[in-house]
Design a protein around this ligand. Structure first.
Ligand code: PLP
Length: 455
């Protein structure tokens, strides 16, 4: 800590940090850090400590820190036109260009983009647009939404309800109805050890089918899911999962909303997770990787099928009653345009696929036989190491031991940021796409040392 640094005091006295144990923070028991710089895959704090950011902030600084091309585009936009709204048919050069670039990259049936600020508000928008759609189609009873336990879709009023993590519901009285949660496709934690991946996928689809039958197919508007579960533990779907789910949804005329806030724009080593798994979404939620977090921006990407009904709706009801002051903010849009160009120019998606696979292979070599490592999984530039007290029973640890938290603290002391995934004993990595093989090797070596230090 810098001597007599007023920021340290102001941080404690004035700043309410998200996702933080507030009382422990006030007592000085939460390791905190004021970050002042970043370059490539590293950040630097006010004390001059340099850390390899194995989580790209919050799975979002996909192109890495300190990209001059994006900083220059933001500065140029701020100089030329810092703001104009997008209401009543207005736009800016940056926002129109970005909408076009998103649709060039999105799955084939996508047609329009509504811009917001973050993943939570984009999911709120999507719920509203889907409800609006079913009102226009004359089926006002088709409004329930099914998401999954362990899914993360934000922490707004409805997006927090979509999130399938009880911590986000109970203490805030979030309305769970009309949201329902079905099984997570968490193969490692399957109900029966003898199930193949395909059999487990079929079981997940049958659980979904049973829920739909119980509630009545005419009451269910949409199924909401991340292509790979993120905050719920970095869990890729088992073989055959998306095909089995898609079949159920198609049969009951239920929309699929792919929440690609993490997976969109390359994290799985392909442009979109939907393409990666052959999903056929009707709506896609995007945020984080859209601008690599150089500015806040999110989007609701709508298929032609959904869009057509919205268009028809305004003929019946007048201008659509939805929008934010900062929808399509030109500075965010300029960051997005520069970011998507950079991803293409530097071939960063291929690098994410290649170095991500190297990272997981290294992790398996280093920790695959460790008696307390139950599962090593991931896809693209995502990697998770799940810790167990016993590989046979897959039992976790007494939470008071804080095994994962301590492992991640050890990792951090040695210069690498990983994430103690908050809802399982899992160390997560979601590095920037520009990660090098040497940096991946460093993450592996230091993770192995951290696990061995705490277990
Ligand atoms: N959806 C997913 C899949 C996410 O991972 C997140 C954030 O981590 C969100 C939505 C919410 O995004 P935001 O925090 O920008 O509101």
């Amino acid at each position: 800590m810098l001597k007599n640094d007023p920021l340290e005091q102001w941080d404690r006295d004035h700043f309410l940090h998200p996702s933080t144990h507030l009382a422990e923070f006030a007592r000085g028991n939460v390791a905190h850090r004021i970050v002042s710089g970043g370059e490539g895959s590293h950040i630097v704090d006010r004390n001059g400590t340099r850390l390899l950011d194995g989580f790209a902030g919050l799975y979002c600084v996909n192109v890495g820190y300190g990209r001059r091309e994006i900083a220059d585009a933001i500065a140029k936009q701020a100089r030329e036109l810092s703001y104009y709204h997008s209401y009543v048919g207005h736009g800016t050069e940056a926002s129109v260009t970005l909408a076009h670039m998103i649709l060039e990259r999105a799955p084939a049936n996508m047609s329009k983009v509504f811009f917001g600020l973050g993943g939570s508000d984009a999911n709120e928008t999507n719920i509203k647009l889907i409800w609006y759609m079913n009102n226009i189609l004359g089926r006002p009873g088709k409004k329930k939404i099914i998401s999954r336990w362990r899914g993360y879709h934000g922490s707004g009023l409805m997006s927090g309800s979509l999130t399938g993590l009880p911590l986000f519901h109970k203490a805030f009285d979030l309305p769970l109805a009309p949201i329902l949660h079905t099984e997570a496709p968490y193969y490692y934690r399957r109900p029966n050890a003898d199930m193949s991946e395909e059999a487990f996928s079929a079981w997940c689809a049958s659980e979904l089918e049973a829920m739909i039958q119980r509630e009545g197919p005419d009451t269910i508007a949409a199924f909401w899911a991340e292509p790979v579960l993120g905050t719920g533990g970095i869990v890729p779907p088992p073989e055959g999962y998306w095909a089995a789910i898609q079949e159920v949804l198609d049969r009951h005329d239920i929309l699929l909303v792919a929440d690609e806030v993490i997976t969109g724009f390359g994290r799985l080593g392909t442009m979109f997770g939907s393409d990666h798994y052959g999903m056929k979404p009707d709506v896609i939620t995007i945020a984080k990787g859209l601008t690599s977090a150089y500015a806040p921006l999110s989007g609701s990407v709508l298929s032609e099928k959904v869009w057509k009904v919205l268009e028809q709706g305004t003929d019946e009801m007048g201008a659509i009653g939805h929008g934010w002051t900062y929808s399509a903010h030109p500075i965010g849009a300029a960051a997005g345009v520069a970011n998507l160009k950079l991803i293409d120019e530097l071939g960063l998606i291929d690098n994410a696929a290649e170095v991500g696979a190297h990272l997981r292979a290294g992790m398996r070599d280093a920790l695959g036989e460790h008696p307390n490592v139950g599962d090593i999984r991931g896809e693209g530039m995502l990697c998770a190491v799940e810790l167990v007290s016993d590989r046979e029973s897959k039992e976790g640890f007494d939470p008071s031991r804080k095994v994962t938290v301590n492992a991640v603290a050890h990792l951090m002391e040695n210069g690498v940021i990983g994430r103690a995934m908050p809802h399982s004993e899992t160390i997560g990595f979601a590095p920037p796409f520009c990660l090098t093989r040497d940096e991946a090797d460093e993450i592996v070596a230091k993770t192995a040392a951290a696990v061995k230090a705490v277990l």
